[in-house]
Design a binder for this molecule. Structure first.
Ligand SMILES: Cc1cc2nc3c(=O)[nH]c(=O)nc-3n(C[C@H](O)[C@H](O)[C@H](O)COP(=O)(O)O)c2cc1C
Length: 355
């Protein structure tokens, strides 16, 4: 049984430190033209630094809005993306993950709210159904949600706004998207209203637009899942998984493919051993073997500089590092033994070729 504080991988590549997520919360603090500020950075970073597995940022409007919170954030131009990038990179710096939540305010707006007014936008909503309740504290009198609604005639234009906003969110460095949807205010008679299928059309079109921009799961994941399934069918003795990306296809930060694909190999009934490689330390390797997560660990470069690697492990002596530079790998050399058979062991400073 998994523990609340146990790490987990979301969407195949997003490695969360634990299963505790901070829910999206509008806090009305984006006082710099609806952009996050130093205060927003501190708020999210404090929670990320403490170890929150995933933060879902506050609902962020995809176009100028007239909702009740004058300082709720927006994301529809590069300036907004640059401001959000400061939040995402600060959260990443302390090991956190943060998702973006795009939002259209629909009928919960009032056309007299400054941002909507300044941008000459009406209150667009799926249908002319005024929302109940709500009191716009910053407007004079006691106005609530407007009755002055303009019914959206081309929902695809709004799908486009969502697409644009999540594209900016990607540029701003968010790790993913949460789509917020609710469906109580739809009396449309076109292909976006009526039947269940029609009522779900708009959020699904928005979702498809998001997937176009973000993907749903990674292509890498699909390819390797299929490949490993096929390898496993062949009853091999072992599979050596590298946790290394390659140029131009770097792995996402903190993502460990061994955690994702390892269990496909080390599973009940499997006769195939899981070997892993790339920059393992002795401590990490021991812990993984002890925990039964891998069967074999390879060390490559450490064997260049540590002819006595096993003795060092046995005697708990730290491994030597390369202090001679890159030529030790492939040369050039005058004698083939140079940087090849002349590395000291832990007991002697120099090891003769003839040893
Ligand atoms: C002040 C406040 C603002 C919220 N803003 C959002 C929001 O922007 N987007 C959203 O999906 N949910 C929002 N919610 C709902 C929360 O994410 C959460 O679902 C709700 O508070 C219930 O969870 P809780 O009982 O743990 O607080 C908000 C809740 C609060 C209290």
């Amino acid at each position: 049984m998994a523990d609340l504080l146990e790490p987990v991988i979301l969407g195949d590549t997003i490695q969360l430190r634990n299963r505790v997520c901070m829910g999206s919360m509008t806090r009305n603090r984006c006082i710099d033209d609806n952009k996050p500020t130093e205060a927003s950075i501190k708020h999210y970073v404090d929670r990320a630094r403490d170890g929150t597995g995933l933060i879902i940022a506050e609902g962020t409007f995809i176009s100028p809005h007239g909702a009740e919170w004058p300082h709720a954030p927006v994301m529809y131009n590069d300036e907004h993306a640059r401001a959000w990038a400061k939040v995402t990179s600060a959260v990443h710096d302390v090991g956190g993950k943060i998702f973006f939540q795009p939002w259209h305010a629909g009928r919960i707006q009032n056309e007299n709210m400054p941002m909507l007014k300044d941008n000459g936008y009406p209150v667009y909503a799926p249908s002319k159904i005024a929302a109940k309740g709500g009191k716009f504290r910053t407007l004079e009198g006691t106005p609530g949600h407007t009755h002055n609604i303009v019914e959206i005639d081309n929902p695809k234009a709004f799908v486009g706004q969502y697409r644009h906003s999540v594209t900016l969110a990607k540029e701003a460095g968010f790790d993913g998207i949460e789509l917020l949807s609710q469906g109580h205010s739809n009396s449309r008679t076109d292909e976006y209203g009526g039947s269940v299928e029609n009522r779900c059309r708009f959020p699904l079109e928005v979702l498809d637009a998001m997937i176009e921009v973000w993907g749903s799961r990674s292509e890498l994941s699909e390819t390797y899942t299929y490949y490993i399934e096929e390898l496993m069918r062949r009853d091999l003795a072992f599979i050596n998984l590298s946790r290394r990306g390659c140029d131009g296809k770097e792995l996402p930060p903190k993502y460990d493919p061994v955690l994702q694909f390892g269990p496909m190999i080390r599973c009940p009934g499997s006769r195939t051993m899981l070997m892993v490689n790339h920059e393992y330390t002795v401590e990490e390797a021991s812990a993984l073997i002890k925990a039964g997560k891998v069967d074999l660990v390879t060390f490559a470069r450490p064997f260049i500089y540590n002819p006595d690697l096993i003795s060092r492990i046995k005697h708990k002596v730290s491994l030597a590092k390369n202090d001679r530079g890159g030529r030790v790998n492939y040369g050039p050399f005058e004698d083939p033994n140079e940087n090849y058979n002349d590395w000291p062991s832990m007991t002697r400073r120099s090891q003769a070729v003839s040893d």
